[in-house]
Design a protein around this ligand. Structure first.
Ligand code: ADQ
Length: 744
């Protein structure tokens, strides 16, 4: 983390609980994992944590609360009761929470909740904008604040913004049903780094971005206008040392002994969660019931201690869950209890940390079996508390934690039959196997603890910002554009190399629809008619099309990446050394793929074949393209051929042909004092590399490139060309010598 930067942490809740006793306000620090982890951040330097203080504060008390919290490095966002109902309990917990945890039928879609969600996100933004500057780092947390990154980005475009989501990001098929899906994604695009717990969440998010907002991505980076947004996995963890030390304390040891006596030294199974349908409480009870049915010999010898922390009990679904849970606990206890034994000890309340620690220590088996969970910290707390390295963790494959803790006994929580068998296996697992698994998991959790998580996220944010800054220095701004104009003006012999598709015109679904328009033809004509200029169009297109569209202008042309070329006024010439004996075989393979892929087609050029999939269903095209490439990879390598991956196209051509080699013909023929080369895809990289050092090379887009500058789009290329067309006039209005000095 950059030590000079101030960090503003933003989350729905502040890490304090406010209570009122006879008019006096009291503040109690919350001990949650996040508060511990981020405590190492917000208590440093001038850092601040911004959020809701967890209670409705009367107007008359707000100033007092603000003052009190300031001393704790906290900055409040006050919410009204109506906002808590609609924004928090409504949109956050009744709409997003169930949907993101794969309970779509539990989701309520209510426009009033959505309005409130927008208003409260704006309220957070307003509060942040009161304190934030462009030099701060803003780290926003969780699904209650999905719109916030963009709301801040709009007001402070340069600021560094990170976003972390603590719950899963669902598959596109689930997410797409949200009426406000687009707005939520666009809200998040304001961030520089978007973090999730697992790679699956990352995948789902990128897929939703591409399908819902048509946002392109390269690996795990989304291309949002001229910005790159990094989407990555940062699995959260716990303060390992704290739980480890707690388990070592005398108090925990005493409590563990008492606990074992209370359950008659039975085998102890624990389950600890917040009351939530995502946590799998009902399925777990069903599996335990089945286990007791199948193993009468273990009745009386095993006790399940179930702790459930009350949560969201104003929401209907939670009330129903509580009733169902209570019904099942009494059914199981009623059915199996004996005078001296009860199969489940059920507690519906929060427990102090030292008691949790004793439970973790004493438990032979921990059941952590959510139906869905972003990560699940209980599993990691159990592992950290196991000083003797004995004990078995039964972990749901639906918890993010299962990606890291592969040495746990993994269950599908819906498969209660297998689940029941796994409880039996866990209770009978040999000690050496328990230890082997526990040691491996302890190594993971102790290494990747909460502090490591904070560091990884912050380091990534710093890295992304540094890359953005480096990139933006290469993006042509009005001042660089003006300097290029001046250098152009002073050039007496100029070479202008221009790619066509994606550089001078936008991409079209129909390859032959990219006809040059009047504006473009006008500009090319002006440039080409200037006696100081040699303009060369360097395209991958076939020469017939180029000739039809541009042949009437006094320009030179390179077609099919250099297989054909032409000086103005002369006929087209082709490279004599090229053969086509590979063609039929490749055509045959491409044809098989075209038949299997609606929307795909083959473009035949004289020395190359291109397989286009721009009109193929999103995702399917990429899949088929990869299959096709794998199929022909071996064929091309020993035939002197090359495979080019363009924008939704794969092209096979001779390795001897490339735009750089073709451009050399012009470079070798003459001495130029002004050279500019502009292109958008990786076939243009050969041109950039072939250029002399003082040439101006420009990549359209923001990919990694050998070019010295970037432009965002074909529209910006046209603006630059217009500047060149008008350079004469612009420069005569200014002091030329001074300008030349500046430009160099
Ligand atoms: P939660 O859904 O709250 O968090 P989890 O990660 O399991 O779920 O954390 C629960 C915390 O509550 C644990 O620290 C646990 O010790 C504590 N707790 C549980 N029962 C308790 C009891 N009876 N008494 C006292 N404390 C109790 C969300 C996501 C998770 C993600 C976290 C962190 O839903 O998937 O792991 O954020 O990102």
């Amino acid at each position: 983390m950059n030590p000079e930067k101030r960090v503003l942490i933003v989350s729905n809740r502040l890490p304090v609980k406010i209570s009122e006793n006879e008019g006096e306000l009291a503040y109690q620090n919350s001990e949650g994992g996040l508060a511990t982890g981020l405590g190492s951040v917000y208590k440093q330097g001038t850092n601040v944590w911004i959020g809701w203080p967890g209670a409705v504060i009367e107007d008359g008390q707000k100033d007092q609360v603000r003052e009190d919290l300031k001393e704790l490095r906290l900055h409040p966002v006050f919410l009204t009761q109506q906002e808590i109902n609609d924004f928090y309990e409504g949109f956050s917990n009744e709409t997003l929470w169930p949907l993101f945890h794969y309970f779509p039928t539990y989701s309520t879609y209510n426009p009033q909740y959505w309005e409130s969600y927008k208003e409260v996100n704006q309220k957070f933004a307003d509060e942040i904008l009161k304190v934030a500057t462009k030099d701060d780092v803003i780290w926003i947390h969780d699904y209650q604040l999905l719109l916030l990154p963009e709301l801040i980005r709009k007001e402070i475009p340069e600021v560094s913004i990170g976003f972390f989501q603590h719950i899963p990001f669902p598959s596109y098929e689930i997410f797409r049903s949200l009426p406000w899906r687009k707005e939520l994604l666009q809200g998040l695009y304001g961030a520089d780094v978007i973090g999730f717990h697992t790679y699956d969440d990352v995948r789902h998010f990128i897929s939703a971005a591409s399908r819902i907002t048509n946002t392109n991505s390269i690996a795990n980076e989304l291309i949002v206008g001229d910005r790159r947004v990094t989407v990555d996995a940062f699995p959260i963890s716990i303060d390992y040392k704290k739980y480890n030390e707690l388990a070592e304390s005398q108090q925990a040891k005493r409590n563990e002994r008492k606990l074992k006596q209370l359950i008659n030294h039975n085998k102890l199974i624990i389950s600890i969660d917040r009351l939530d349908y995502s946590k799998g409480i009902i399925h777990r009870l069903e599996a335990y019931q089945l286990f007791l049915e199948k193993h009468p010999e273990l009745r009386g010898k095993v006790t399940l201690i179930q702790l459930v922390v009350p949560s969201r009990d104003n929401v209907q679904k939670y009330k129903e869950l509580k009733e169902e849970m209570n019904r099942m606990v009494s059914e199981i206890n009623g059915r199996f209890s004996t005078l001296g034994w009860q199969p489940i000890q059920h507690f519906y309340r929060s427990f102090p940390l030292h008691l949790l620690s004793a439970l973790y220590k004493a438990a032979d088996v921990a059941l952590v079996t959510p139906m869905r969970d972003g990560m699940n910290l209980v599993s990691k707390e159990y592992i950290a508390s196991k000083l003797d390295q004995k004990g078995v963790l039964i972990l749901s494959e639906m918890a993010g934690a299962s990606r890291e803790l592969s040495d746990a006994v993994i269950v599908n929580p819906y498969d209660i039959w297998d689940f029941a068998d796994k409880i039996y296996q866990a209770l009978n697992m040999p000690e050496d196997e328990q230890k082997r698994r526990m040691v491996a998991m302890q190594q993971t959790v102790s290494k990747f603890d909460i502090f490591n998580w904070v560091k990884n996220f912050m380091d990534k944010l710093t890295e992304v910002k540094a890359n953005q800054t480096a990139l933006s220095a290469r993006i042509i701004n009005p001042s660089i554009q003006q300097k290029i104009g001046i250098r152009y003006f002073y050039g007496m012999k100029r070479l202008i190399l221009l790619d066509y598709d994606g550089t001078l015109v936008p991409f079209h679904k129909q390859v032959n629809a990219a006809v040059p328009d009047e504006e473009l033809l006008g500009m090319l004509k002006t440039l080409a008619e200037d006696p100081h200029n040699t303009v060369v169009i360097t395209s991958g297109r076939d020469y017939h099309t180029l000739d039809n569209w541009l042949g009437h202008l006094p320009m030179d042309m390179i077609a099919e990446h250099g297989a054909w070329y032409k000086d103005h006024g002369k006929p087209w010439r082709s490279r004599r050394d090229l053969t086509n004996d590979w063609r039929q075989e490749i055509y045959h393979v491409m044809d098989i793929y075209s038949r299997r892929t609606p929307g795909a087609f083959i473009e035949e050029k004289s020395y190359s074949l291109a397989w286009h999939y721009r009109r193929v269903e999103e995702g399917l095209g990429t899949l088929r393209a990869h299959e096709l490439m794998a199929d022909i990879k071996h064929f091309i390598s020993d035939r002197g051929l090359q495979m080019l991956q363009g924008d939704k196209v794969i092209e096979i051509k001779s390795i001897a042909v490339n735009k750089g080699k073709a451009a050399k013909r012009w470079l070798e023929r003459d001495q130029y004092d002004f050279i500019i080369a502009i292109g958008d895809d990786h076939t243009d990289e050969d041109t950039f590399k072939a250029m002399p050092e003082d040439a101006i090379t420009i990549k359209v887009g923001t990919n990694i490139s050998a070019a010295s500058y970037f432009l965002k789009s074909y529209e910006d290329v046209r603006k630059l060309l217009k500047e060149l067309c008008n350079a004469e006039e612009a420069a005569t209005n200014q002091d030329k010598d001074m300008l030349l000095k500046e430009a160099s």
